[in-house]
Write a protein that binds this ligand. Structure first.
Ligand code: SF4
Length: 383
């Protein structure tokens, strides 16, 4: 088997919990974190020898969280070296690490860069201090600027900055100030996520009690369109709902998710799609560690991806990419598809100005990209 593969490693610790965060992350706990690191390395070694993985070329490795950069450079690099020993890294592998401002200094970043991490994704979220405080972030804008500068000094030539926008009281000029500053710094990649309210978060509780309102659809579309135009003018092409990059800097790892490429996810709560099966790891960190320590796989849920689900996912995730999908390719790959129904759905969306039909390709319009969640729900309901 010589099919490529991506690897995701989940580091589930942060200094504090952001108000909007529904990721699997808890407050940093040193004794537990040491057991977690050992378990993660055991898990990597175990999976590296499995038949569905052995011999496959690893084209991307993504360390996410949580906050992987909460760990020392030595700890992170031990995990990476473990990966190198047990997986077959492609020569041009993309190795990304997420980092939060306030957890990195020049020394740590230099060691990480020298150790082989070639892409850094910094969770800036905003350059406005009042917005950062409102989001519950652990840093301010000065610390974020410093982290970016240190990353460049350490030799990172592929840096992503993450932002959140479309906040309830945010004015377009506030967001524009953050965008101006981001563009001025000149990262290779920018992610811009419209705020969503997730259950189980502080914002989720506020929303349920009527203390928080999200901007209406029209305003979201205005912010979205502004972002796209502004970043396009600065040389960043939107290649996915929330992602913009200078040419050749699109994130290989994330593109794999949206293109139905296989990936293995290790660590608490990580998700995998390997060998036509999707499975997730136990979210509870203690349960995950105990299971791995006793030789288990810490699987929480597992399902086979049949042709109907594979077809739905090809549509849902394929349409996240601004290049869209090829109608003919979808029909060939999923011959059981009800083409008439699909055609009808596309025609309706075209009338609603959600998609652009350019046979054989179909892509979401600006409005459609902004309303992707609604489109995904409709695909699930119809097909
Ligand atoms: S830093 Fe990221 S993972 Fe951690 S709590 Fe905040 S949003 Fe969640």
């Amino acid at each position: 088997m010589n099919v490529s593969l991506s690897l995701y490693l989940h580091f589930p610790y942060c200094w504090s919990k952001c108000h909007y965060c529904a990721f699997n992350s808890v407050r940093y706990d040193k004794p537990q974190s040491l057991r977690f690191l050992s378990a993660l390395k055991m898990e990597i070694a175990r999976y590296g020898g499995r038949p569905e993985v052995r011999g496959r070329r690893l084209i991307s490795l993504y360390m996410g969280g949580g906050t992987p950069s909460i760990f020392t450079a030595d700890q992170v690099l031990e995990v990476l070296d473990c990966g190198r020993r047990h997986f077959h890294f492609a020569d041009d592998i993309e190795i990304t690490m997420e980092a939060n401002p306030g957890t990195v200094d020049r020394e740590k970043l230099t060691a990480l860069r020298k150790g082989g991490i070639n892409r850094l994704s910094i969770g800036v979220q905003s350059f406005q201090d009042d917005e950062l405080a409102w989001l519950g972030r652990a840093h301010n804008s000065r610390v974020a600027r410093k982290a970016y500068g240190r990353a460049r000094e350490a030799g990172f030539e592929n840096v992503n900055l993450d932002f959140m926008y479309s906040l309830p009281d945010q004015r377009l000029e506030d967001w524009n100030r953050t965008l101006d500053e981001a563009i001025g710094l000149g990262p290779e990649h920018l992610s811009a996520y419209a705020l969503t309210i997730e259950e189980g978060t502080r914002f989720g509780a506020d929303y349920d009690h009527g203390l928080l309102m999200l901007p209406d659809e029209e305003r979201q579309i205005r912010f979205d369109e502004w972002t796209r135009a502004k970043l396009a003018g600065a040389g960043y092409l939107r290649y996915e709902v929330s992602n913009y990059a200078r040419p050749v800097y699109a994130c290989r790892h994330n593109l794999g998710y949206w293109s139905q490429q296989e990936y293995l996810g290790l660590g608490p709560g990580a998700h995998s799609y390997v060998g036509g099966r999707r499975f997730s790891k136990m979210e509870d960190i203690d349960a995950y560690i105990r299971d791995i320590e006793k030789g288990g796989e810490a699987i929480e849920e597992s399902e086979s991806i049949g042709p109907d689900l594979a077809f739905r996912e090809a549509l849902i995730f394929g349409l996240r990419k601004t290049e869209g999908i090829c109608f003919d390719e979808i029909r060939n790959r999923y011959p059981r598809t009800d083409s008439g129904r699909l055609q009808q759905t596309f025609e309706q969306w075209s009338l609603d100005e959600l998609i652009v039909l350019n046979p054989p390709r179909v892509r979401l319009s600006s409005k459609g990209l902004c309303l992707w969640d609604r489109i995904a729900e409709e695909i699930t309901a119809v097909f």
